[in-house]
Write a protein that binds this ligand. Structure first.
Ligand code: SF4
Ligand code: SF4
Length: 502
């Protein structure tokens, strides 16, 4: 057993209100410089939708992530020989049109316009050409189904649905969508790291954060293609690639990342997971339908003495192990089996997990009252039937969160429904005890577990949501070399701004 620590995340999608505060917090801290205009390390998409950059999930177009080559895992982008031949020409990169043409406004005109009869306006100006432009796309252009015929209808995940199901999704009275915030997943088997010919992308030993060295980057941009989530970006000004750094300077000072801290819906959780690194390749190689379960398996119980001993033997500090024991991520992912990885079939073993959003139920209004009584015709009581009668087909959610395995996503939903029924019976009443017991049985849960899920979902404190481990940079360096020598030779860090071509 090769136990290592990974700082991991859970996003509870039911609580996301699509306010984009997270994106703006990140943008203002990290990507407000020249060359980063079009970059959103954190972005929020409406689903169904084509996302940012457009159609990022379509790996036939972008060739991101891994594929199974017989029994072996191979980058979808290319093998070693293909890598060499594509070195000076990478045909699978998103273009600026796939992101969007960044713009600003001619604010000066608001002040300088000569006196006149009409109100001056600030016209949109391209940040690429400096000329006035018509805005035709943006990082959240398909927000709330804006521009649906162009965007939502082309979501690659809709392929799994019948024509009728697709039409139902956008019928005015049954319209349904949800928000999907995305950052770098800081994967266990990152495609970006494997694809970089310069070795500039690396996974930090002590916490698993995936970083991109601005000194080593030679702008081959293979990391952009290798990442199936399109979470590395090319800075045209410095000639280097950049990506989400999980706000590691904040983490090192005990604070959660800015997008987590500012999240209005409090959907975000951060904590440590211990995993067995010797099983990464085997885990990423199982058939699609087993991927989620295999990823759960690789995560180790932080209270198991054998795991603790193996972690200590690898230099994981006691403080880190303690953080893993308090981790909200461990509870959501492993203990309660509620949170699931996004597109596990890309086989990068993403360490950002999502609790899927509850699905609105199909029902009708009868005599002015909400009526779902005909649900009783199914074998389940009306409230419990909400999964079978959900407006968003389960198959769509399975395509996103369980590599197509509907049973995995359904099990997560059954537990969420049990929480809803139990808490509704407790706080509002009007639900029979028989139905509550049936919900607990179907959801494979207990009253104690439901109360714990409710607490961490609805009323968590700041400290419960973010268990930030002491990262111990000095002691991590100590494992390899004398910290004083390191300081003398390396200074306090990388101080020069990256220079194009350097
Ligand atoms: S999500 Fe992040 S760690 Fe995973 S492949 Fe993409 S850039 Fe790399
Ligand atoms: S700040 Fe939180 S609630 Fe708002 S869009 Fe971002 S993730 Fe969703």
């Amino acid at each position: 057993m090769d136990v290592r620590a990974q700082v991991s995340m859970v996003f509870h999608l039911d609580k996301c209100i699509g306010c984009h505060t997270c994106s703006v917090a990140c943008k203002n801290i990290w990507t407000d410089r020249k060359g980063t205009e079009y970059m959103w390390w954190n972005n929020v998409e409406t689903k169904p939708g084509t996302g940012y950059p457009t159609l990022w999930e379509d790996q036939e177009k972008y060739k991101g992530g891994w594929t199974k080559n017989g029994e072996r895992l191979a980058l979808k982008l290319h093998g070693r020989v293909g890598g060499l031949s594509n070195l000076f020409f990478n045909p699978y990169l998103p273009t600026v049109d796939d992101y969007y043409e960044p713009w600003t406004y001619d604010y000066g005109h608001l002040f300088d316009a000569p006196a006149g009869d009409d109100q001056p306006t600030a016209r949109a100006v391209s940040m690429i050409t400096g000329k006035p432009m018509e805005i035709e796309a943006g990082p959240n252009w398909d927000d709330d189904y804006g521009g649906s015929p162009l965007y939502a209808e082309n979501d690659p995940n809709l392929d799994a649905l019948t024509e009728e199901e697709r039409e139902q999704l956008t019928e005015m009275e049954r319209v349904v969508f949800f928000y999907l915030p995305r950052i770098c997943n800081h994967c266990l088997n990152p495609g970006c790291v494997a694809a970089c010919p310069a070795g500039a992308v690396y996974k930090r030993g002590e916490d698993g954060i995936v970083l991109l060295s601005q000194e080593k980057c030679r702008a081959w941009r293979m990391c952009i293609s290798g990442c199936p989530y399109k979470k590395t970006y090319y800075n045209w000004s410095t000639g280097k690639s950049e990506k989400c750094i999980l706000c590691y300077p904040r983490l090192e000072s005990g604070q959660p990342p800015a997008c987590f801290h500012s999240c209005v819906g409090r959907i975000r959780y951060l904590g440590v997971l211990l995993y067995d690194a010797s099983r990464i390749e085997a885990t990423a190689s199982v058939p699609d339908r087993d991927l989620v379960e295999a990823q759960r398996e690789i995560i180790q119980d932080p209270r198991d003495p054998r795991v603790i001993a193996a972690a200590r033997a690898n230099g994981v500090s006691d403080a880190m192990i303690d953080a893993a024991q308090q981790s909200p991520v461990y509870r959501f992912v492993k203990q309660w089996r509620l949170a699931l990885p996004l597109h596990a079939e890309f086989r990068t073993l993403p360490m950002l997990f999502y609790v899927p959003p509850m699905l609105p139920v199909l029902a009708k209004v009868k005599d002015g009252r909400y009526d779902n009584a005909d649900a009783a015709s199914t074998s389940l009581a009306p409230l419990l039937s909400s999964l079978e009668r959900a407006r968003m087909p389960l198959r769509y959610m399975a395509k996103l969160f369980s590599a197509g395995n509907e049973e995995v996503v359904a099990a997560s939903y059954r537990k969420l429904i049990a929480v809803r029924i139990y808490m509704r019976a407790k706080t509002a009443g009007g639900i029979s005890d028989a139905e509550v017991q049936e919900a607990l049985r179907v959801g494979d849960t207990t009253p104690a577990e439901v109360e714990a899920i409710f607490q961490l979902t609805a009323r968590p404190t700041f400290e419960e949501r973010f268990v930030v481990p002491p990262l111990g940079r000095e002691s991590a360096i100590e494992a390899m070399r004398d910290p004083l020598e390191q300081k003398r030779e390396g200074g306090f860090g990388f101080r020069k701004a990256p220079v194009r071509g350097a």
